[in-house]
Design a protein around this ligand. Structure first.
Ligand code: PGA
Length: 249
């Protein structure tokens, strides 16, 4: 079984002082934990990546960005390349988050290109997929996620360079979560679909995301084929995020 990955997606939250304090707190907890059974990743907003990289250096907590451009450099005002992120110490980058798909019109092909760019830069791509509420109500959740995997996971993806995050759009930031049964069904389905594209699909980490908190993490993050969590709101307080990580063990 792959080692659990507990990832915090801070989204557009965090000024320097509170961001550093949060990172410092987590770094201290993780580095003093005896044999943690999980890996920990934090994905702060871009302006804090460099300095937070220094705050968490040597702690074992990994650094990730929330997006990257598909090209390595050039005339793309406001964008950051995967190579730039790697250069300042990122090991991971989230691509295809539903908020990027929704507000920046990112489609599967663009997500696949970003993930491929991440791989070329030596980064691990956290590729997000997930159905909307209308799609689930229409009984299309499994089909939608299969299509997103087919379209968003680039050639060359392996368990070493790719993590999948299943985040039902209707569960993000809403306090609602799928049933245990639905999560198990979806994660097994994702694993099966991945095996069409990825040679070592059994070892790919498949995270669950969407309203994960301390009170449901023990139930959701210990299910078969759930190899960790991608946590938004509850990753903004060290105690909450740590409780989730411990509950996943
Ligand atoms: P949430 O967000 O935990 O606040 O629901 C999860 C995410 O969007 O990654």
């Amino acid at each position: 079984m792959p080692r659990k990955l507990i990832a915090g997606n801070w989204k557009m939250n965090g000024l320097r002082s509170d961001g550093h304090a949060l990172a410092r707190d987590l770094a201290l907890r993780f580095s003093t934990e005896k044999e943690p059974a999980f890996d920990m990743l934090i994905c702060p907003p871009a302006q804090l990546l460099d300095s937070i990289g220094q705050v968490i250096a040597g702690s074992g907590v990994a650094l990730g960005a929330q997006d990257c451009h598909r090209e390595t450099k050039g005339a793309f005002t406001g964008d950051l390349s995967a190579a730039m992120l790697a250069d300042i110490g990122c090991r991971f980058v989230i691509v295809g988050h539903s908020e990027r798909r929704q507000y920046h019109n990112e489609i599967d092909l663009m997500v696949a290109e970003k993930a491929a760019a991440a791989h070329s830069a030596g980064l691990i791509a956290v590729i997000c997929i997930g159905e909307t509420e209308a799609e689930r109500d229409a009984g299309e959740a499994l089909t939608v996620c299969a299509r997103q995997i087919a379209g968003s996971v680039p050639d060359g993806a392996t368990a070493a360079n790719t993590v999948i995050a299943y985040e039902p759009v209707w569960a993000i930031g809403t306090g609602r979560t799928p049933t245990v049964r639905d999560v198990m069904e979806m994660h097994a389905h994702i694993r099966a679909e991945l095996s069409r594209k990825v040679p070592d699909a059994d070892d790919v980490r498949i995270l669950y995301g969407g309203s994960v908190k301390g009170s449901n993490a023990g139930e959701l993050l210990t299910l078969p084929n759930v190899d960790g969590g991608l946590v938004g709101g509850a990753s903004l307080q060290a105690e909450d995020f740590w409780t989730i990580a411990k509950a996943s063990e």
